[in-house]
Write a protein that binds this ligand. Structure first.
Ligand code: BDR
Ligand code: CA
Length: 308
């Protein structure tokens, strides 16, 4: 099985992506490294541990950085709930996080699974940037690197130009996007193009499984928030990125281009600037997902919720 390491800030859509990963038979989740982002690190770590418990999955959880590398940033508690899991007041998991820091765990696991490891980033890129600063040879050992982040035509979800994961820690994103020679990107615009009908989601959540029951509870608030704001469709950014990671054969349209992260500026901070016209002459190092097989995406979600 392909070793899969997930850096994540759970988060309701992160949780769906994790359910999809836990249910995949071709990949083995070897660790969850936890970032701050959607909410503070204390909650994102607790949420990851709780989800593992609900799923009866014994994957090690490593706490990472408690905030961005340089500039403090606002979280997304208004979308995911103040605790990141819909404020349902769940009983905390019995298990604790490992003692090892997420950045060190990323490096160690990259050695243990050198040349085979798939790294999937579903949150701000702080932990991966720190790992790169500790050891710039990390990319040599990573077979595939899939990132949820960015807004490739500047239809941002947190500012007019920027998407949340990149905006939360643009310096980290800059470090990561300049260090890796190949990145597969599922951005916010791809997310918007792959909405999930609320009615269908509600149907999948009726499955008779602990996973569906837990997910129904923790996602309720954010589904309601989304229905008020965006209408018929719910959007799972991290779910789509995970579908792309687990079943890349479902990608129907992709395009490779150079991409840079804007650090300065007022309107542009955190924007992902794609060199569509190839002005820079830099290599096309980012493969941008544009269209994914919607039926396959939905099957993956439905199966992940019904599992266990
Ligand atoms: C991304 O931001 C977070 O709120 C979600 O979990 C996702 O990773 C979407 O912009
Ligand atoms: Ca996330």
């Amino acid at each position: 099985r392909i070793p899969l390491l997930i850096d994540t800030d759970p988060g309701v859509d992160d949780a769906l992506a994790l359910l999809m990963a836990f249910n995949d038979t071709r990949h083995e989740v070897v660790g969850l490294t936890i970032a701050a982002g959607n909410v503070g690190l204390r909650h994102t770590v607790a949420n990851a541990l709780k989800l593992c418990e609900v799923c009866n999955v014994d994957v090690p959880v490593f706490a990472g950085c408690s905030g961005p590398l340089l500039h403090p940033a606002p979280d997304a508690g208004y979308v995911h709930g103040q605790d990141g899991f819909g404020d349902v007041g769940y009983e905390p998991a019995k298990r604790q996080a490992e003692a090892e820091h997420a950045a060190q765990a990323i490096l160690r696991l990259s050695h243990e699974h050198a040349g085979r490891l798939m790294l999937v980033a579903l949150g701000p890129l702080t932990n991966i940037a720190l790992a790169l600063k500790l050891d710039p040879t990390l990319p040599e050992r990573v077979a595939r690197f899939v990132v949820m982040g960015g807004a490739v035509t500047a239809h941002g979800n947190i500012t007019p130009a920027a998407e949340f994961n990149i905006y939360f820690d643009p310096e980290a994103a800059h470090i990561v996007f300049t260090a890796f020679a190949q990145i597969e990107l599922a951005d916010w615009e791809a997310t918007l193009a792959h909405g999930l009908l609320h009615q269908k989601v509600v149907g999948w959540l009726q499955a008779d499984s602990p996973r569906a029951r837990f997910y129904e509870r923790i996602s309720k608030k954010t589904r309601e928030w989304s229905e008020d704001r965006r209408g018929d469709h719910w959007h799972s950014a991290d779910g789509l990125a995970m579908a792309y990671a687990l079943e890349p054969e479902g990608a129907l349209e992709q395009v490779a281009r150079p991409l840079a992260v804007e650090l300065a500026g007022h309107h542009g901070r955190g924007a992902t600037v794609v060199d569509w016209q190839r002005h820079s002459g830099r290599p096309d190092h980012v493969m941008i997902l544009q269209r994914y097989d919607q039926a396959r995406f939905e099957r993956l979600i439905e199966a992940a919720l019904a599992a266990g």
